[in-house]
Design a protein around this ligand. Structure first.
Ligand code: ZN
Length: 118
């Protein structure tokens, strides 16, 4: 399962971030996932529950921020939503777009760490 390797990478990266801040546990991690990143949010949540076992994220929640896929149209100098499945064709001036502006994101945007007891 493709989402499991992504979830494992998220857990490992979040642990690194938490340790760098001197924390032991992570209570929540936020990720931005583009519509075209090829990640199914439900599958990612499920994989996260498996991947977090026995790590600093064992009690952590996964928050997924979905990013709408948008393309730029040179013809009318505006962005338009690409939709799902993606259709790279401007709905206003009926021209193809050559430039995807968003939708492929797959990144950690926040790690809520629990401070280690003194
Ligand atoms: Zn256009």
């Amino acid at each position: 399962m493709h989402e499991l390797s992504i979830a494992t990478a998220i857990v490992e990266r979040a642990e690194e971030i938490a340790r760098a801040e001197g924390a032991e546990d992570v209570s929540a991690v936020t990720v931005r996932v583009g519509e075209l990143a090829g990640v199914v949010p439900d599958a990612l949540h499920f994989a996260f529950e498996v991947a977090r076992d026995g790590t600093a994220l064992a009690g952590a929640r996964l928050l997924v921020e979905q990013v709408t896929a948008r393309a730029w149209c040179d013809g009318c100098a505006q962005e338009f939503t690409v939709g799902m499945p993606p259709f790279f064709w401007c709905p206003r001036c009926d021209r193809p777009s050559q430039e995807l502006r968003s939708g492929r994101e797959l990144e950690i945007t926040g790690v809520e760490a629990v401070a280690a007891p003194l």
